[in-house]
Design a protein around this ligand. Structure first.
Ligand SMILES: *Cc1c(COP(=O)(O)O)cnc(C)c1O
Length: 354
């Protein structure tokens, strides 16, 4: 039986993408060679890279003047590449501390200069998005995390920003419409909503680079990768290929408009049940709740074992909450069908009814 995969990451990918990906390992493009044994400089792979970049541009409607990169090192390496490439000597940066990943990004930036935390929800175990702060133009850049994968919160309205705006969109890129022109740099590890682990998508406005006055090691310099079209060294070919297939799947089904609508339906369905069902309770502030990662607790502990058991029997995977929140976390990335959420909601109702 196919499982209902609510895993927070690496996450569910469309079945047809997985089939094509597995074919490519044995026989890529009917050429009797594997995708992972051909040169990354050969035409078949160069075409994959071109197509992947093109799909990112199309799906997100990226204006001119931005580069699209596929790098390695995960979103975690971006935590330090961002300050290295954007923070001026003796400069300062502004961050929002909205969870585990934001905190790690702050810690890396502190290695390079002064960091001011403009909003911080740690005192409430990150159950809300701070608001009402002001960003001033004496910061070299402002950094935020659009979706807090662990705590189940999401920025619904991005602040107006008189300096460069940088955003970690690892866990909600391609899930909703965004206006790329609002941002100067966006990054996202592939494995939450785009493809398998191994590559990191970076969208960067070209004109913001090369202004720090510091020496940047070659591999950590965005300009290296821009000038070589993400082929300065061997790129993670499999991860890029499968990401390309996932983006093609998204485009064929109707793009971001389509997926945003489905994602909203999934979120409405599950949050409605959490709010209605006396056995469960959401952990995040209602106005800041994430459409991707839904965090909730069970109120009646005596029913916990039973709930876990019926979930397992129904083939539900990855529902256990992160240790820093406890309870449950239902991650509902793009490829998770509405039916999987219906199954989960059905089980929550069943638990309440007997
Ligand atoms: C998972 C995650 C990361 C870390 O990504 P890696 O690719 O594993 O380094 C960073 N930020 C957010 C928001 C995440 O969800």
């Amino acid at each position: 039986m196919k499982k209902h995969n609510f895993s927070a990451g690496p996450c569910i990918l469309p079945e047809e993408v997985l089939k094509k990906a597995s074919d490519s390992i044995i026989n890529f493009n009917q050429d009797n060679l594997s995708l992972i044994e051909i040169s990354h400089r050969s035409k078949p792979f160069v075409d994959v890279m071109d197509k992947a970049q093109k799909l990112v541009r199309e799906l997100l409607n990226i204006p001119n003047g931005y580069s699209v990169l596929f790098l390695q090192g995960g979103a975690s390496l971006e935590f330090l590449m961002v300050p290295l490439n954007l923070l001026k000597e003796k400069g300062k940066s502004a961050y929002l501390n909205t969870g585990t990943w934001a905190k790690k990004a702050i810690a890396e930036a502190e290695n390079f200069g002064h960091v001011e935390v403009l909003g911080d929800s740690s005192e409430k175990n990150y159950n809300y998005i701070p608001k009402g702060y002001t960003i001033t133009n004496d910061f070299d850049y402002f950094h935020c995390t659009s979706n807090n994968t662990i705590y189940g919160t999401q920025i619904k309205d991005f602040p107006s920003c008189p300096t460069l705006m940088v955003c970690d969109m690892s866990s909600d890129i391609f899930s909703r419409k965004i206006d790329v022109s609002q941002f100067d740099l966006i990054y996202a590890g592939a494995q939450k909503n785009m493809g398998p682990a191994g590559t990191t998508l970076v969208i960067v406005k070209d004109e913001i680079l090369g202004k720090t006055g510091r020496n940047i090691p070659t591999m950590l310099d965005y300009n290296t990768h821009i000038s070589k079209g993400s082929m300065f060294n061997t790129p993670p070919v499999f991860s890029i290929y499968v990401s390309m297939l996932t983006m093609q799947w998204l485009k064929d089904n109707g793009g971001i408009d389509w997926v945003e609508r489905i994602n909203q339906q999934k979120a409405n369905l599950l949050y409605h049940e959490i709010d209605r069902n006396p056995l469960f309770e959401g952990t995040a502030n209602k106005e800041d709740r994430s459409n991707m990662n839904v965090t909730f607790l069970i109120n009646d502990k005596s029913k916990e074992d039973k709930f876990n058991k019926i979930c397992e029997e129904a083939g539900i995977n990855g529902l256990k909450g992160h240790r820093s929140v406890g309870g449950y976390r239902a991650s509902m990335y793009n490829a998770l069908p509405l039916e999987s959420v219906q199954v989960l909601v059905g089980l929550m109702q069943k638990l309440a009814n007997n």
